[in-house]
Design a protein around this ligand. Sequence first.
Ligand SMILES: CCCCCCCC/C=C\CCCCCCCC(=O)SCCNC(=O)CCNC(=O)[C@H](O)C(C)(C)COP(=O)(O)OP(=O)(O)OC[C@H]1O[C@@H](n2cnc3c(N)ncnc32)[C@H](O)[C@@H]1OP(=O)(O)O
Length: 219
Amino acid sequence: MTVEAQPVAGLPDPTDFGFSVVRESEIPDELLALVARVRDLVDTVAHTEADPAELREVDAALAQVTERLAGRRRDTGALLLHQPAGGPAEYGTVTNLVAGPTNPVAPPLVLAHADGGLRGEVTLNGIYQGPPGLVHGGWLAALLDQALGAAASAAGMPGLTANLTVDYRRPTPLNVPLTVTSRVTGTERRKVFVSAEIRHDGEVTAEGTAVMVRLAIPE
Ligand SMILES: CCCCCCCC/C=C\CCCCCCCC(=O)SCCNC(=O)CCNC(=O)[C@H](O)C(C)(C)COP(=O)(O)OP(=O)(O)OC[C@H]1O[C@@H](n2cnc3c(N)ncnc32)[C@H](O)[C@@H]1OP(=O)(O)O
């Protein structure tokens, strides 16, 4: 592979392109607490064996809560701005399925700069199940895709996944801490080559590589 070093140019201001931008610090603690509560709720509902009468009552109570919150709704495409000290601005979406802080379905995967790439820990409960007791392979691909895209983004080269290859090396258990790592391995014109791993107890359970194609930013 030819590796052409790409100068890390600053990104333009996304608000100039019509995106709304939310700084991480602008998300109220109360919303983060509610999101954590709903995560518990999703797991509880997925596994409940409560009686039908009780289920009807809970369903009615939740319908009221949903209606109460529905009045003020954030833009689905709102961007989340993370500004690491001394590094380029990093953008994701506020409701990103894997990492979005306001998305109760997101585990969420939180990645930080480490060893020339990114690293994070995540525990997946029963709602991410595929085979009994094991994480769904599609979710492992989603975790890897996110870590791969974030590695390119953290290096100042955000883009879209053009190609993703996943190898499942060992079954990945639910309800245990998993370590996710990723890094940029090369660049060629707009292509950014990235690799990532998921580990349990130090052993790789799944790994992936991707070609991310950098956003074509108008001059
Ligand atoms: C104003 C600032 C705003 C900042 C906003 C930041 C946003 C946040 C970003 C990042 C957060 C990190 C978290 C994200 C993580 C999740 C990522 C996802 O889930 S992405 C969703 C799934 N992926 C798609 O939906 C793509 C669909 N595909 C496309 O849109 C196009 O095919 C695209 C953009 C990938 C390429 O299209 P073309 O027209 O722009 O470019 P062409 O000329 O076709 O390709 C450019 C180069 O890439 C190669 N290429 C294209 N497709 C390839 C493929 N499948 N495999 C290998 N190479 C490929 C080509 O051969 C070419 O290479 P040669 O320079 O000629 O050598």
